[in-house]
Write a protein that binds this ligand. Sequence first.
Ligand SMILES: Nc1ncnc2c1ncn2[C@@H]1O[C@H](COP(=O)(O)OP(=O)(O)OP(=O)(O)O)[C@@H](O)[C@H]1O
Ligand SMILES: [Mg+2]
Length: 332
Amino acid sequence: MDKQTLTKEIESVKDPRTETTLGENNAIRHIEIDEEGLVTLIIGIGEEDDHAKRVIKRDLARKIKLELGFKGVRIEFEPLRKKDSVLDEKRDVTYIAVASGKGGVGKSTVAANLALSLKRIGKKVAIIDADIYGSNIPVIMDMPIEAPKSDENKKIVPFSKHGIEVISTEFFLKDDKPVMWRGPMLSKMLNHFFYDVGWDDDTEYIIIDLPPGTGDVAIDIQKLIPECKMLIVSTPHPSASNVAVKAGVMAKELDHEILGVVENMTHLSHNGETLKIFGEGGGEMVAEHLDVPLIQQIPIGQPESGHHSLFASDEEIGILYLGLANKVLKAL
Ligand SMILES: Nc1ncnc2c1ncn2[C@@H]1O[C@H](COP(=O)(O)OP(=O)(O)OP(=O)(O)O)[C@@H](O)[C@H]1O
Ligand SMILES: [Mg+2]
């Protein structure tokens, strides 16, 4: 039995205090099944209540072990906050998650340049770098890696660069190797990270650089931000576009609205010639499959300023990113 099926099976278990189901409360925060058939769960709970915890544990164990035949179950609880959406704390913030499926297609570059372009249009923007496998937003934004401080309300103070506030998994990892993090621990860290950052009050848009892939971490993060909009990045090559379709389908299953597909590395202009190094049609294919617009195509190129990833507003690719930002605003 896979995780999605198991999630469906246990969604009907009730929180005895509120008489609402775990599904209704969006309380299944993390789910993991190991090779030996041991299930690990993190369940969100409204208030610290030992009785409620015992009842939920008992009902889950009954379902998972007796009815479904799993070998064992380990359950941890964490606080479920309000309606359990980061949006509750900041109603007027729009979250835009950038996903790709495949790694290395330019997801972080697109996320950073989109943020910068929105800023240039006059919007107040922040970035959450949630890519625990290879977080590269701090490098793209030229930011030192330091542990953030917390303010008097115990909120994490984000760093700011180019007028954009940034928080990154990288700031918290120290010498730990992120890939060695166990799922539940990671999920808790990201949870903390999504709720406890003291963004500027005027923040209008938060761009989220999601980890590549269509696995647990991407799903966990997308569950944390139920109302986030999505941008899917692909290259023209089938190796990227096939996985991008999967990422898009997953986003749709989680009920996220997909604003569009960005095709990155569309072509290279060389001596007046257009070279389609990664083939063609990938972006269009993804857009068609997901029934969303191919919102922008970005060619291969380096910033003229010599910066490694951020484009100026008056160079060709910088203008294309401004176009992307405008189309995103329109789509919202
Ligand atoms: N349009 C482009 N033209 C040239 N190089 C690009 C372009 N887009 C991205 N790159 C380069 O490709 C590399 C990968 O880009 P980036 O790090 O943004 O991808 P990613 O999808 O975030 O990767 P990862 O999966 O590692 O997070 C970087 O070196 C980046 O500078
Ligand atoms: Mg990246």
